[in-house]
Design a binder for this molecule. Structure first.
Ligand code: B12
Ligand SMILES: Nc1nc2c(ncn2[C@@H]2O[C@H](COP(=O)(O)OP(=O)(O)OP(=O)(O)O)[C@@H](O)[C@H]2O)c(=O)[nH]1
Ligand SMILES: [Mg+2]
Length: 458
């Protein structure tokens, strides 16, 4: 096979799903970034976690995402322990089928590679492999082995034999795989066999322009949910676009989710898989799974949308529209469909230049669209937020509104909406010069004492 020949791999359940990450305490992410792009261009749905990822984070992700394989790099040492611990955790969770691939250049020695292969790691790629197989040769080898994994094999399907709960992460993962790939009859049968709840659980939809901060806001809401409603089980279903040319996708929402270490939260990344819209064709089925196994609340995130899109309203009970100040001229606001229908409009990245003007214009447009001319600014369904700011007052207000929609508890906000706190509080802004002054005073006092002692001794 020629080095640059494009080969696309698929399985009976759709594209190969691969988790990629660099190991714990390791910032060497250049190699995995190259590999994940090539894996994606070979037709895989890649869920990228980034660098510095613990074994537990990788394993939880592989289980929830029902992945065929994980592909990791490790350059900082400790690779034998890291890879074998991931194997152990996956096996303990009943996920012996998930294949593990890795690389770490010359830092993983040939005897260590042999040990790792004997411990159930499918393949560690060495620099020699790079030379003999070539870059695409390694990727095709990985994709071929990952594609052999049958996610809906007999043993796994047999495990769907009774009611399951959100804590049965692997079985929920398998049901979600069926939601994307099984025919209607098989899907319904599996859901009914596993049903543990008949409750009608609220579904909140997050939509908005690409990169506006949907996932960051979701992550911030998750932190508040855990703080104010410990023990509640929440399911996140996040859609990113499938690339038409290869059928692969970068499912990148998970990289923003720092809150996921809490096992009350469950996240599944979905590719749009040719739905032709910002939600996946089977998102309604995935929601059905989340309801049937007893989650208390379901969030859906769409891929980035344009002015006329509102597909989220077809699956969500309440929808939130996230935008930034960069919407163009004020007249552009008149074209945005979601300003008519969103339960809350969120102007995120509020610390950026032009946001105050944008907030005024959005409020004006929402007033016009909904005939809300007599309503005070604070009563309008418009929130300004800074999702990247710790304990942001705007996100707190958004959480209050969402909590009221779904009957959850929400703490009172501490800070005002739109307050910019900065990393260093204003009263501490000169802290480095204060330290320098203290050190200088200390040295001056020391010199004076030393001088007096010198005079006394002579
Ligand atoms: C680039 C690099 C950096 C860059 C990283 C940039 C980035 N964002 O990734 C910078 C300069 C930032 C850096 C910093 C450091 N680095 Co550095 N770095 C390297 C270097 C030169 C190359 C690593 C690399 O990315 N190679 C590119 C890959 C594609 O090629 P490869 O490694 O040969 O891998 C082959 C196969 O294994 C395979 N492969 C690899 N991974 C995968 C994955 C999959 C899925 C597949 C299919 C294949 C595959 O592909 C290649 C085919 O030939 C290595 C030395 C070296 N020459 O290898 C040191 C090296 C890894 N770094 C090292 C060190 C010590 C550091 C620092 C701690 C230095 C310091 N004191 O600050 C920091 C730590 C950074 C951190 N936060 O973790 C040491 C590690 C020593 C050890 N483990 O015992 C090394 C080995 C250098 C050395 N000899 O001392 N580093
Ligand atoms: N300055 C600033 N950056 C933010 C804020 N919120 C999010 N970001 C950054 O904006 C970038 C995109 O954020 P995401 O949360 O991934 O946005 P998204 O809308 O989910 O993106 P897609 O899912 O790709 O459409 C990231 O680099 C975030 O760190 C904010 O309030 N201010
Ligand atoms: Mg996102």
């Amino acid at each position: 096979m020629a080095e640059d020949e494009e080969v696309v791999f698929t399985t009976s359940t759709g594209p190969v799903r691969v988790i990629t990450a660099a190991s714990l305490f390791d910032g060497h992410d250049a190699a995995i970034n190259v590999m994940r792009r090539l894996i994606q261009s070979s037709g895989a749905e890649v869920i990228h976690l980034g660098h510095d990822q613990s074994a537990k984070a990788v394993v939880d992700c592989a289980i929830q995402e029902d992945a065929h394989a994980v592909a990791l790099t490790s350059y900082q040492g400790g690779h034998v322990e890291y890879f074998t611990y991931i194997r152990e955790l996956l096996d303990e969770a009943g996920c012996e089928h998930v294949r593990i691939f890795g690389g770490g250049g010359g830092t993983i020695t040939p005897p260590e590679i042999r040990t790792l292969h004997q411990s159930g790691i499918s393949k560690i790629y060495s620099p020699d492999d790079g030379r003999t197989m070539g870059l695409m040769g390694m990727i095709h080898h990985l994709m071929g082995l990952a594609g052999e994994v049958d996610l809906v094999g007999e043993d796994r399907m047999k495990s769907l034999d009774g009611p399951i709960t959100p804590d049965d992460m692997a079985k929920v993962g398998l049901l979600l795989t069926l939601s994307e790939s099984a025919d209607e009859k098989a899907f319904k049968a599996a859901v009914e066999a596993c049903r543990s709840s008949d409750r009608d659980v609220p579904v909140i939809g997050f939509t908005g322009t690409g990169g506006a901060g949907k996932s960051s806001l979701l992550d911030e809401l998750m932190l508040r949910i855990q703080r104010d409603n410990p023990g509640k089980k929440v399911c996140l279903l996040c859609v990113d676009p499938t690339r038409k040319r290869t059928g692969g996708a970068l499912l990148g929402d998970r990289i923003r989710m720092n809150s996921l270490s809490n096992n009350d939260l469950y996240m599944r990344s979905l590719a749009s898989r040719g739905s032709g819209s910002e939600i996946s064709a089977n998102l309604d089925r995935a929601i059905e799974v989340a309801k049937a196994v007893g989650f208390d609340l379901i969030f859906c995130e769409t891929s980035g949308i344009g002015q006329g899109s509102d597909a989220i309203t077809t699956v969500a009970d309440h929808s939130l529209y996230v935008m930034t100040a960069e919407f163009g001229a004020h007249t552009q606001l008149e074209k945005i469909e979601m300003l008519d229908v969103a339960d809350v409009v969120i102007l995120n990245k509020y610390e950026k230049r032009g946001s105050e003007d944008a907030l005024r214009a959005i409020r004006k447009q929402v007033r016009r669209n909904r005939n809300m001319f007599d309503v005070a600014d604070e009563e309008l369904p418009v929130v300004a937020s800074i999702a990247s700011q710790f304990a942001d007052g705007g996100v707190d207000r958004l959480w209050q509104k969402v909590a009221a929609m779904v009957g959850f508890e929400a703490s009172e906000p501490v800070d005002a909406m739109g307050e910019r706190k900065g990393v260093i509080p204003p009263e501490r802004i000169h802290y480095l010069s204060e330290i320098a002054v203290h050190v200088r005073d200390y040295h001056a006092a020391n010199s004076e004492v030393a001088e007096q002692l010198r005079l006394c001794q002579h």
